[in-house]
Each structure stands twice: as C-alpha cells, then as structure tokens.
Design a protein around this ligand. Sequence first.
Ligand SMILES: Cc1cc2nc3c(=O)[nH]c(=O)nc-3n(C[C@H](O)[C@H](O)[C@H](O)COP(=O)(O)O)c2cc1C
Length: 159
Amino acid sequence: MTSEISAIIKERRSFYPHEFIKGEIPKKDIDSILENANWAPNHGMTEPWRFFVFSGKGLQSSHVIAIIMQRGNNKKIPVLEEVEAVACAVQNMALTVTDLGYGAYWSTGGMVKFKEAKEFFGLREEDQLLGLFYIGKVVTTKKDSKRGAITDKVTWVNE
Ligand SMILES: Cc1cc2nc3c(=O)[nH]c(=O)nc-3n(C[C@H](O)[C@H](O)[C@H](O)COP(=O)(O)O)c2cc1C
C-alpha cells in the first residue's frame, strides 16, 4: 500500500455547496472522476452505476451528478449488492475529487426520495436514485473531522 492512497482516504471530507468557490471544473477532470467510478467492484459484473451530470450557471456547484442504481438482469444478485457496488463507485469519485483538489459531498436529502425524481430520470420500478453528488472548487481540501478508534469496531479472531 502506498502512503499516497492512505493520505487521500484520510484527507477526503464532505464539502457542501455553500463552501464552494466560483469556477467551473474542467470537463477532463469530471471525465477522470467518472472513469474511476467505472472501476468499482461489482458482483456478477452488472456494473449497476449510472450517472446524469448537470452543469451550468444556475447551479451553486460546478457539477451535480445524480447517482443511480440500474438493476442488472442477473436476478441472482441481491439488490443490496447492486446498491453496495454503486456506493463503491461513489467512493472512487470522492477520492478522485480529493486527489484533484476539489470538494464534493453525497446528498440523500431533499427531492431524492420523491417518486417524481425517479420519474424525471426515467427510472424503472427496480432502479433507484441513490442521491446527488455535488462537486465544486474549494479553497483547500483540508478540513478537520474525527472518527472513533478502529480498535472499538474490530474483533480479531485467531483460532
Ligand atoms: C450515503 C451517504 C449519504 C449522505 N447524505 C447526506 C445528506 O443527505 N446530507 C448531508 O449533509 N450529508 C450527507 N452525507 C455526508 C455525511 O454527512 C458525511 O460523510 C459525514 O458527516 C462525515 O463527514 P466527512 O464526509 O467529511 O468525513 C452523506 C454521506 C453518505 C455516505
């Protein structure tokens, strides 16, 4: 493991639209963020992540990406595992955002749970809108946070 990946994992923080500074992120960087999303692990190679990318002057963010789980045809794969694969894809995006020096956060609030939102994206009954990923320019990617000790969350088994 390189120290670089550990540093990026620990540096990643949620940054909210009110913290974004003006300026549009170049398309090539958004392409890199999406490309890395595409390399997430997924059970049965269903690749269930789908994205709608919004940009434009009307937004408080540089880009807003709608995160969608498109249920694959292999019904042996549980729905939860499709959702988990999309979450892995979103983490890939978040880490890439940090590496590129931008800020982002995953929102599951607001209209995300409305059935009208699902209709807006033309989703089928079995698909899910999992949230919106807001990305913007930030003054710094550094922000304090804390976690409880990992030792409180791990049970070692050595029989
Ligand atoms: C699946 C998921 C959904 C989230 N939804 C929201 C949300 O709706 N609103 C919000 O303010 N933050 C949301 N967050 C961001 C968390 O609040 C944030 O990750 C947490 O406070 C830890 O901060 P950090 O990301 O800076 O480490 C979400 C995070 C995840 C992983």
